[in-house]
Design a protein around this ligand. Structure first.
Ligand code: ADP
Length: 653
């Protein structure tokens, strides 16, 4: 009461202030090009969303052409006669000298105010054309009134919203209609009362009516949430402060006390968490009203059209609230608009959405699993193909090996048998020419050595493979060992027109080595170089000392090795030309054994070669010092000669 009084007092003070300022604003208005004034008279306060959206649509339609003035009647909180009188007095003072072209009234209360003053000569509203929108109460206008008043009525058909509520949940038996003291609320009340018997199924309708939220709160709190629904219509003030509650405050307060679903036809309530309903489209209504008002302005001589009805409404729902109250969206009107609906939210009940997601995820997982399985199968197939190829290659190598070994065995054996037969024949014929006998014996020995080399190599290959090869390391001058071995082959090389050049950085490099095995390495590499130098050539052997190792290089200018073969050259049984018609003798075991013996010394062997230019083998041996293990290489010379006879036995004469 005190608050209402305060507001009236403020209005009176404003009236006095206005009288002083009016002269100034009047001069300004006359000079203003937009001097056609249109007054918008709102029934509620400036915070009312419904009226604000109408004003927005109206302004948009007019394209801001006129001098628009807006006044708020604030009828929800201030509805006493004293207040209304003081309000109209203020407006009379304010607009007495303005040329008001017409008035746009929003909702019933504003329209009523105009009707009360339309024919009062001292009122600024006297005979002013008036366009009304949002009026819910169908009025019977007198013929005189219809000369000045036209507009758009709201159609209050609440049957659809009641049926929507009942359809959304089969258990609902009670619907609480929360109203306030506005004309809008009373029209809703009357409409629902008249149609409640037409609903899809019987329902108890209970009306709650108050301008204060506190009055309806306890009833809403006590509603049975399983079989009830609330239809929120009114807007409410707090009884202690007399201040209007915001939409979200009303919805939050109800939701904090009860889970009963809240439906509403008021857009701000839907945005604040109410489920939704059939909502009048305020913006569209304002826009249409602006078109109608243009007619009033442009053709004043024409009589006004009769009032019409607002057909602009939409089914608006809040997706979050629909989910919150577990409502199946498929039971709501088909062409509904949803706010808060994400791109990946489906218009199905929550349980169905969970099911859809679960199925989608399962399908996705299955697809991924199938792809992985496909890749694995492909990889397996590739691996199997590789294994098959390797096994075919192994078979080929084995066959080649058998062919090679048979050849390697048969050739020396044939020579031995032939030489022996010849000797036998000569003995029988008593034809013992010394030189001829010596030559036959030379053949027999050389080929026996060849057989011995082959058999020893086969045994050594097995030993290397199984790690049985034993070594006797002793401190020795590696340079001397290599030099002696190389020099002992010079004569044989010369008979093949090959020069051997030996060069070293240092004369003495002591390291722990297995002397016979180092000799075998040298002889093997030299034997290959001699075999693969055709006609004439040169072999260079160099020794270079590094900090902790020594590097031995064997360089020849023989036929060379194809690049694609080089990576396999140290594999056992590997020969560049393994056919029966190959030009050189050999079993393909030599380099495999050489590598095994270098490994035994913890060294490393590599090869570089160019076809037609020559081949270089590089061996790097670590220098290892062993105390008290100096070689006493006494019968070294005789064993080396033996080794040379065996290792070089497959070089043709
Ligand atoms: P083999 O006893 O058949 O000589 P190796 O293992 O010693 O077997 O050599 C394998 C193959 O490497 C030889 O058959 C030959 O084709 C190639 N090869 C080895 N050394 C040389 C070289 N210095 N020049 C050209 N080809 C070589």
């Amino acid at each position: 009461m005190i608050l209402k009084f305060k507001k009236i007092l403020i209005l009176l003070l404003l009236t006095l202030l206005y009288i002083n300022l009016h002269n100034y604003s009047l001069t300004y208005a006359i000079n203003n090009t937009k001097n056609t004034t249109v007054l918008i008279l709102c029934s509620y306060d400036s915070e009312n969303n419904w009226e604000n959206t109408i004003v927005e649509g109206f302004k948009k339609g007019l394209n801001f052409k006129y001098n628009l003035k807006i006044e708020y009647l604030d009828s929800k909180t201030l509805h006493s006669d004293i207040y209304t009188d003081s309000f109209i007095n203020l407006l009379n003072l304010k607009y007495k000298n303005d040329s008001i072209r017409y008035i746009l009234t929003l909702d019933d209360e504003a329209l009523q105010l105009v009707r009360n003053n339309l024919f009062k000569e001292n009122s600024f509203m006297y005979n002013i054309p008036t366009l009304f929108v949002g009026a819910n109460k169908i009025s019977s206008f007198s013929n005189d009134e219809l000369k000045y008043i036209t507009g758009i009525y709201e159609i209050q058909d609440n049957l659809e919203i009641l049926n929507s509520i009942l359809n959304s949940n089969k258990l609902i038996e009670n619907i609480y209609i929360a109203l306030d003291n506005s004309v809008y609320s009373s029209v809703i009340h009357d409409n629902i009362k008249s149609i409640q018997y037409l609903t899809n199924r019987p329902v108890n309708i209970k009306f709650l009516k108050s301008e204060y939220f506190n009055d309806i709160y306890s009833t809403l709190e006590a509603t049975n949430e399983s079989n009830s629904a609330i239809l929120l219509v009114g807007s409410y003030a707090n009884s202690s402060t007399n201040k209007m509650l915001k939409s979200e405050e009303v919805v939050n307060l109800i939701q904090s006390k009860t889970s009963t679903p809240i439906y509403s036809r008021i857009e701000p309530y839907i945005y604040s968490g109410a489920i939704g309903g059939i909502v009048n489209n305020g913006y569209r209504l304002g826009y249409v009203a602006s078109n109608l008002s243009e007619k009033i302005l442009l053709e004043p001589e024409l009589s006004l059209p009769s009032p019409t009805y607002n057909i602009y409404y939409k089914a608006l729902f809040n997706f979050d609230a629909v989910r919150h109250y577990n409502i199946n969206p498929r039971l709501l009107p088909e062409d509904s608009i949803y706010i808060n609906k994400g791109t990946f939210n489906f218009l199905v009940p929550k349980s169905t959405e969970i099911f859809i997601w679960a199925v989608s995820i399962m399908v996705l997982i299955s697809i991924v699993a199938l792809i992985i399985l496909g890749i694995l199968q492909k990889r397996n197939a590739f691996k199997n193909k590789q294994l098959l190829q390797e096994s075919i290659q192994r078979d080929e190598i084995r066959t080649d090996f058998i062919i090679t070994i048979s050849h390697e065995l048969r050739t020396p054996l044939n020579i031995i048998i032939n030489a022996t037969s010849l000797l036998e024949l000569n003995v029988d014929n008593n034809n013992l020419d010394y030189n001829k006998v010596k030559q036959q014996l030379y053949y027999i020995k050389k080929n026996s050595n060849r057989l011995l080399k082959l058999i020893s190599n086969l045994i050594d290959v097995t030993k290397i493979e199984y790690g049985y090869i034993d070594a006797h390391f002793e401190m020795a001058n590696v340079v001397a060992v290599i030099e002696d071995t190389v020099l002992s082959t010079v004569q044989l090389a010369n008979t093949h027109n090959i020069d051997i050049i030996f060069d070293t950085d240092e004369e003495e490099i002591y390291s722990a080595i297995d002397i016979p095995k180092i000799e075998r390495i040298i002889l093997n590499l030299l034997s290959n170089s001699i075999k693969f130098i055709k006609n004439k050539g040169q072999i260079n052997i160099t020794i270079h000392r590094n900090e902790n190792s020594l590097t031995i290089k064997f360089k020849d200018n023989g036929i060379g090795i194809p690049q694609n073969i080089l990576p396999s050259i140290f594999n056992k049984f590997y020969q560049v030309n393994s056919s029966l018609h190959r030009e050189n003798e050999g079993s393909g075991l030599g380099l495999y054994i050489v590598k095994g013996l270098v490994d035994l010394h913890k060294g490393n062997i590599s090869v570089e070669s160019t076809l037609g230019i020559g081949t270089t083998f590089t061996i790097e041996l670590p220098i290892v010092i062993l105390e008290n293990r100096i070689s006493n290489n006494e019968d070294a010379c005789s064993s080396l000669n033996n080794l040379i006879e065996i290792e070089l036995s497959d070089i043709p004469n």
